[in-house]
Design a protein around this ligand. Structure first.
Ligand code: SF4
Length: 676
């Protein structure tokens, strides 16, 4: 389509936008914006690594808005976290809307779009088709009345809300309560059929998104749009994936199926309203048989399907199919019947399709398997959860290559995209051809064109505005013993106590398990005056706020802290990592992925376990420097990072801090920092 207006150049627009937010021009930001504009022009995909503080959201939003206005097109921006989604929608885009209206010749527009499940469904609320309580809740009057109160609150909220968006309901409600008033895309009657159609919150959000220049969404919805055959996002020609390091995990979650006996019973109860009771009872019995098999099955990965379980699954599959066949006409005249039928059909489809997928997962040999199956274990945290059978794809690269990169120009960005110094690991996981020449893209500003068979793409590292070598020390405690199986070795606790004392608190402890975080908290609370907060003591958001407000306070925790803490300033001067965060050996998905790589002759450990650890380490150690005048130490207690062969790969994945193994040098530096 020809350009409709003569618009100012990118550098002028970027300078206007940066000035409006009170920032200064940063070379990395300019380089990134130009690369995004080039990707838009050429149609080649772009992976761009931009360190914290680059101002990467403006670096992609400005060229994206220019493109959207010039071409009257829609650009999709996808994020992994709600925090970034909020930053874009509440801060960056409103500012750009104001600032760029004049130079762009009109006010640019934006909208946020989430999955249908996120919006209240007025039809479900009106029709009284709420889920029946599950078997356990049925006998617990407290649970039933608590649920009733929440649903009543939701009914009252309907007259207040303009969006029906769950995230705007404060305080929130339980998932169970929300399920009573929402539907999945499969359960929705469709706007043309639904009596509420024109007032539907989800439909309104979609319509608004269809008119917007920029649609902000999340990786899960992007995955549903790309993978599941029904279009949920408006027509678009450019996708920007921020927090792209998380894309594969989010897509994998969307593509993961789960079967529980409760899901079979719920589908049977739903079916009981619209098919012969006898058919529904048969499904209910099939669910009971499946529950018995599941109880007897040890938790963990299944390398072969045990015959009795296969038999039980086949009975579930066939019973669900029989119910589906007994559903009657597809478009019944009565709308209540139509709603009941749609809800039943969706649950029956889910049960049937998952049973089929589980049964087929073992058809291929090891090198060609597509799915991995496992029985879940109870985490031991919170109320006990009944077991489930899960099935997840071993890789999602093929899907992304075909349905994302094959359809739209895509820009992927994050502070962490190079592992071991190249984009190769990430590229492979996305289904893009890796750089066969092995050229390093670690150097700042180095761009590499990749075009061996497969989508054409460019990798670019625009570096970081931080001077890591001057601002941070990487301490590798090579003298410590390797981590053991029985909790933290005493020498780790001694080392941690000394480092914390030297830093005067200000410590973020990133542990590879909750057990280790708790052990360290208990041990150190007994021997240090410094206040120590432990994840789980309160909501993580509140703990991070308390940690940021008081310099002496330390915060210990596990996975969500590795990626979710953004505390600039002196409250965070020391990041301690207890052990290299390899996936647990009993992690079914990681271990199956490792085996699949090995079955094809590759190095499973390096491709899966070391890559996983490198990504988390880069994310975790990236917590240290969040503003240009931040200074501090990253201490890795696990000596294998200095001594093991894969240590070089892991170290090459981290920012280039000044590195030492001399504990006294590190403690002295921390003491100096604390005294300033
Ligand atoms: S269109 Fe779908 S989501 Fe909207 S009110 Fe109707 S059934 Fe609910």
């Amino acid at each position: 389509m020809p350009p409709t207006t003569e618009l100012p150049g990118l550098s002028e627009l970027l300078a206007t936008a940066v000035a409006a937010v009170g920032g200064t021009e940063r070379p990395g930001q300019v380089e990134m914006a130009e690369a995004v504009a080039r990707a838009i022009r050429t149609g080649d995909h772009l992976a761009v690594q931009a360190g914290t503080g680059t101002g990467k959201s403006l670096a992609y939003l400005v060229p994206a808005l220019r493109h959207a206005v010039e071409r009257e097109a829609t650009v999709v921006v996808s994020t992994a976290t709600i925090a970034l989604q909020r930053q874009l929608v509440d801060r960056d885009l409103p500012r750009l809307e104001k600032t760029l209206a004049k130079p762009l010749g009109r006010k640019p527009t934006f909208a946020i779009l989430k999955g249908r499940r996120n919006y209240l469904c007025l039809n479900k609320l009106d029709s009284g088709m709420q889920d029946e309580p599950d078997d356990e809740a049925l006998f617990d009057p407290f649970q039933v009345s608590a649920l009733g109160r929440e649903v009543t609150r939701l009914r009252e909220w309907v007259s207040d809300t303009e969006t029906g968006d769950r995230d705007e309901l404060v305080p929130g409600v339980t998932d169970h309560a929300w399920r009573q008033v929402s539907v999945t895309a499969r359960e929705c009657l469709g706007a043309s059929r639904c009596p509420i159609g024109t007032d539907c919150f989800a439909e309104k959000a979609r319509a608004e998104a269809g008119r917007a220049d920029i649609v902000v969404t999340n990786h899960a919805l992007l995955a549903i749009d790309a993978l599941q055959g029904f279009q949920v996002l408006p027509e678009h020609d450019l996708v920007i994936v921020d927090e792209a390091h998380d894309l594969v995990d989010r897509v994998t979650s969307v593509a993961t199926g789960e079967l529980t006996s409760a899901a079979v019973s719920a589908a049977a109860r739903r079916a009981g309203r619209v098919v012969d009771q006898e058919l529904a009872d048969r499904l209910l019995e099939a669910g009971d048989g499946f529950a018995l098999m599941l109880e007897d099955l040890p938790s963990g990965r299944l390398d072969a399907m045990p015959e009795p379980l296969a038999g039980a699954l086949a009975v579930v599959r066939d019973a669900a199919y029989t119910c589906l066949s007994g559903l009657g006409p597809e478009r019944p005249a009565d709308l209540d019947v139509a709603t009941a039928r749609k809800l039943a059909q969706s649950q029956l489809d889910e049960v049937h399709d998952t049973a089929v997928r589980l049964l087929r997962a073992f058809d291929a040999d090891e090198a060609h398997k597509r799915d991995v199956v496992w029985r879940t274990a109870d985490s031991g945290l919170g109320p006990p959860r009944p077991p489930a059978l899960k099935v997840a794809p071993l890789a999602v690269g093929g899907l992304l290559r075909e349905r994302l990169f094959g359809q739209h120009t895509t820009v992927l960005t994050s502070a962490t995209l190079t592992l071991g110094g190249t984009f190769d690991s990430m590229a492979r996981s996305w289904g893009l051809p890796a750089d066969r020449e092995g050229a390093s893209t670690k150097a700042e500003g180095t761009a590499t064109d990749k075009a061996p068979d497969g989508p054409k793409w460019t990798g670019l590292d625009v570096g970081s505005p931080f001077d890591h070598r001057r601002s941070g020390i990487l301490y590798l405690a090579r003298h410590l013993p390797p981590p053991g199986r029985d909790g933290l070795p005493p020498a780790y606790l001694d080392e941690l106590a000394e480092l914390m004392a030297a830093a005067g608190g200000r410590t973020l402890g990133l542990f590879s398990s909750m057990r280790a975080a708790k052990q360290a908290t208990e041990a150190l609370r007994g021997r240090s005056e410094l206040p120590i907060l432990c994840q789980g003591d309160d909501s993580t958001g509140l703990l991070v706020r308390k940690f940021a407000e008081d310099e002496a306070t330390c915060l210990f925790g596990t996975l969500s802290l590795w990626q979710g803490v953004d505390v600039p300033g002196p409250s965070l001067s020391l990041v301690v990592v207890d052990r290299i965060p390899f996936p647990r050996p009993d992690d079914p998905l990681a271990s199956a992925r490792q085996r699949a790589v090995e079955a094809r002759g590759g190095n499973g450990f390096l491709s899966v376990a070391a890559t996983h650890a490198a990504l988390l380490l880069a994310q975790g150690t990236g917590r240290l420097l969040r503003a240009t005048d931040d200074k501090g130490v990253v201490a890795i207690l696990d000596p294998r990072i200095a001594t093991a062969r894969y240590g070089g790969f892991l170290r090459a994945s981290l920012p280039e801090y000044w590195t030492t193994s001399d504990a006294e040098v590190v403690r002295a530096a921390l003491r100096r920092l604390a005294a300033n």
